[in-house]
Design a protein around this ligand. Structure first.
Ligand SMILES: [Zn+2]
Length: 75
């Protein structure tokens, strides 16, 4: 079975948890899509992870997630 590890908080899943919300707060298949741009998606995960670590590894708020998305998508 394919394994998926959250690139933000390293939570383990059996497969990509489409439409699930991770313990780090990321809504898979929605907030992590980066408009379908794979390179931006990698940057987006890095930005989420940076924010998550800065947050004391606590669940990100929707504002923090939106800020991270805006930094990548509008860059
Ligand atoms: Zn996660």
């Amino acid at each position: 079975m394919k394994k998926f590890i959250c690139p933000v908080c390293e939570e383990k899943y059996e497969s990509y948890p489409d439409q699930e919300i991770c313990r780090c707060g990321i809504h898979f298949g929605y907030e992590d899509t980066a408009g379908g741009n794979d390179a931006k998606r990698v940057e987006l995960y890095a930005k989420f992870r940076e924010a998550w670590i800065a947050n004391g590894e606590a669940e990100l708020s929707k504002d923090q997630i939106r800020d991270s998305i805006a930094k990548i998508i509008n860059a």
